[in-house]
Design a binder for this molecule. Structure first.
Ligand code: NAD
Length: 488
């Protein structure tokens, strides 16, 4: 079945023009709520298309780098205004190609607007920091911030427009030009963003969008010595490949990767709040959130009560097409996701975990990639469900007896992205903040919460390079030139 995507074409956007791939090949974008559907045909680009996009971005860089910050701010502000006006339309596109609910898609657009507004507001002060200027006699010394050049942006499908905005807007504000590759599951959101940049009046070549497979064109971007920095969000395994390949040209990387985020619930916690946190961060976006809660660590004293409510709430969730306002959880993003998550659940039960909620899909519509919110109990640290990022609506539950045990469990992971503790004791909170191995530490706040003024990134195998957002989100895209100036 075909749901017409749009009346506009879905070509690549290169050098300010909409052009098809030189290969002539296309791929279809499937609505995960409707197996076998096609939202449209997108360009299956090749190395030649990427080369054209890099040419266009390199040409545009010569003049774009000379523009004033105020001018760049004006264009980014125009883009954000258009984004705000298009909130409902872009939210619908995100829901159609990713599956998340309209409420979640609108929240994604709002998050992009908030983060974009933050960068827009802080860009001028970032460049104009007087503390970097000093002098000795008639020798003036200062640090000049300069754009890196052409940068590559590679984004995942789970937040198809927010993640690209979080990277692209700081890159543009700091004077770089961009070659962007959206994820294969979600090319339409990327193309739509390109249209907004075009409408906002960005000069040709400053922003380019090329669709296609990661293995076909993502690699080409990473290998190109003409791309000076790669900002990537995606899986840890692809992140490692990118880091290794980028090393060949010492290309700078910003890698935001996977997670296995733990929610710790102490026996003094407000259990109602902690339950809300588990449901919100566990099942929003069908659990396909890098900062999703995926491990729930319960103090043994409250475990039975907590679990009874968690299971009841998971069982009661309305799963269906994200376009329906009544839907509380949409499908997972595609067939590959459906198969991977189903396999992980089967593996968990075969390893001895108990399926306390979910698993049974017989009551769900069969025309999409729908899964039920799933709760696995009796999980041990040796199991795949404890160690691997499942990236679906699956909570793995373990019990503990003390804060030390909880922290040992939480830190027993190769990942270190987000975390949360629910407790009413300030001393417990302090020990957790000091000991947790994660880029984000939340106390009585769910694992998915973030503000743009704080860095967003993981430690251990959840990330490398400067984090997004905050000042570091801009810093990643600049070189620092040390200037020693003695004028007669
Ligand atoms: P993925 O790694 O499969 O793909 C991410 C992007 O990389 C896509 O655009 C893909 O086409 C491209 N790609 C694939 N192979 C490539 C290669 N060899 N070279 C260059 N590019 C390549 O990830 P995904 O399945 O799209 O997204 C889910 C993953 O993203 C999860 O692991 C999730 O935790 C992670 N994620 C992390 C964050 C964060 O901020 N830490 C945010 C969102 C998602």
């Amino acid at each position: 079945m075909t749901v017409p995507a749009t009346d506009n074409n879905l070509d690549n956007f290169i050098g300010g023009r909409w052009i098809p791939s030189q290969s002539g090949a296309t791929f279809t974008d499937e609505n995960p709520a409707l197996r076998g559907s096609s939202l449209g045909s997108f360009q299956s680009s090749t190395a030649d298309d990427v080369a054209c996009a890099i040419d266009a971005a390199a040409d545009a860089f010569r003049s774009w780098r000379q523009t004033s910050i105020a001018h760049r701010q004006q264009l980014v502000a125009a883009f954000l205004n258009l984004l705000k006006e298009s909130r409902e339309e872009i939210a619908r596109i995100v829901t159609l190609e990713n599956g998340k609910t309209m409420r979640e898609s609108r929240a994604e657009v709002d998050s992009a607007l908030i983060e974009g507004g933050y960068h827009l507001q802080h860009a001028a002060a970032f460049f104009d920091d007087g503390s970097r200027r000093t002098s000795i006699g008639n020798l003036t010394m200062w640090v000049k911030l300069e754009p890196v050049g052409v940068v590559g942006i590679i984004s995942p499908w789970n937040f198809p427009m927010n993640v690209m905005c979080r990277k692209t807007l700081p890159a543009l504000l700091t004077g770089n030009t961009v070659v962007f590759k959206p994820a294969t599951f979600t090319p339409w959101s990327g193309i739509y963003m390109a249209r907004l940049f075009e409408k906002a009046g960005l000069p040709p070549g400053v922003f380019n969008c090329v669709t296609g497979l990661g293995s076909a064109i993502g690699n080409v971007m990473v290998d190109s010595p003409r791309i000076r920095a790669i900002s990537f969000t995606g899986s840890t395994s692809v992140g490692k490949t990118i880091q290794a390949r980028a090393a060949a040209n010492l290309t700078r990387t910003q890698l935001e990767l996977g997670g296995k985020n733990a929610l710790i619930v102490m026996d003094d916690a407000d259990v109602g709040l902690a339950l809300d946190a588990a449901i919100t961060a566990g099942f929003s976006n069908a659990g396909q959130w890098c900062t999703s809660t995926s491990r729930v660590l319960l103090h043994r004293n409250i475990a039975a009560t907590f679990l009874a409510s968690l299971i009841a709430r998971a069982d009661a969730m309305v799963v269906g097409d994200g376009l329906l306002e009544s839907t509380e959880m949409g499908p997972v993003a595609g067939q590959r996701q459906y198969e991977d998550v189903s396999r992980a659940i089967r593996q968990a039960t075969s390893e001895g975990a108990q399926l306390a909620a979910g698993g049974d899909t017989s009551t769900l519509p069969t025309d999409g990639y729908f899964l039920r919110p799933t709760v696995l109990t009796n999980v041990t640290p040796q199991m795949g469900a404890f160690r691997e990022e499942i990236f679906g609506p699956v909570l793995a539950v373990c019990e503990f007896d003390s804060l030390d045990d909880a922290l040992e469990l939480a830190n027993d992971s190769m990942y270190g992205l987000s975390s949360a503790i629910y407790t009413t004791d300030a001393a417990t909170a302090r020990v957790y903040i000091d000991s947790i191995e994660a880029g984000l530490a939340h106390v009585n706040v769910h694992t998915g919460y973030k503000e743009p003024s704080l860095p967003f990134g993981g430690i251990k195998q959840s990330g490398a390079g400067l984090p997004e957002n905050s000042e570091t989100g801009l810093e990643f895209f600049v070189d620092r030139k040390a200037v020693y100036e003695r004028l007669p």
